[in-house]
Design a binder for this molecule. Structure first.
Ligand code: MLT
Length: 199
């Protein structure tokens, strides 16, 4: 998978930056900088193209995931992250998944499937309209999520579903609400403050 890395300081987290549909490995670098300017930032480009726009897994239509592809692509993304962590000697650092929209959606899959590898997630405008078979407790997981009250892509009920996925598995869940699907400066600032408090 295509990626870019900006090495940060020791003892600061590694932010894995997962873009929205149509973005690429550089799209969230500035967001990562605002969250923690001393963090190592790794942006990874989604492997799937939809009408020329990169994303992380196929969808059947807007809001309907191709679950077979999601399963395959999330496994591959996990393997890619593992390789990058080893290659760049980041095994001792804390990993934080930072995703926007489609990137947040695949981050949810990683958080559910690999709770030993990923215990912190910053999810901007996620949705996860999937019946989940995984029932592991996520007691060690801490999530920051932002939702929009009038988001044209993620309805309020889909936003509540994401909250419930984590709360019902005993993860710590912090959420903020904005208006639409756009990523706002206030959300990024809240995510940054949240991350500081996690230490
Ligand atoms: C998705 O397919 O992941 C969601 O519809 C979000 C999006 O990428 O627009």
């Amino acid at each position: 998978m295509k990626y870019t890395i900006q090495q940060g300081k020791k003892k600061h987290p590694v932010l894995i930056l997962l873009h929205g549909t149509g973005g690429d490995e550089t799209s969230l670098l500035e967001v990562g900088n605002l969250i923690d300017s001393d963090a190592t930032k790794i942006g990874i480009r989604g492997n799937v193209l939809e009408n020329g726009y990169p994303r992380y897994f196929k969808r059947l239509t807007e809001g309907v995931f191709d679950e077979v592809d999601l399963a395959e692509q999330s496994k591959q993304l996990h393997e890619t992250i593992n390789e990058l962590i080893r290659e760049h000697s980041l095994l001792d650092e804390e990993i934080v998944l930072v995703g926007y929209s489609n990137g947040a959606n695949i981050a949810i899959r990683l958080l559910l499937d690999y709770p030993d590898s990923y215990q912190k997630g910053i999810l901007f405008h996620p949705m996860y309209p999937v019946d989940i078979k995984e029932t592991k407790s996520l007691e060690q997981t801490a999530i920051f999520a932002s939702f929009g009250k009038a988001d044209p892509i993620v309805s309020m009920s889909e936003s509540y579903r994401v909250s419930d996925i984590f709360s019902s598995r005993k993860a710590s869940m912090t959420e903020v609400w904005s208006v639409s699907h756009q990523l706002t400066y206030e959300e990024i600032e809240s995510a940054s403050q949240w991350l500081v408090k996690q230490k």
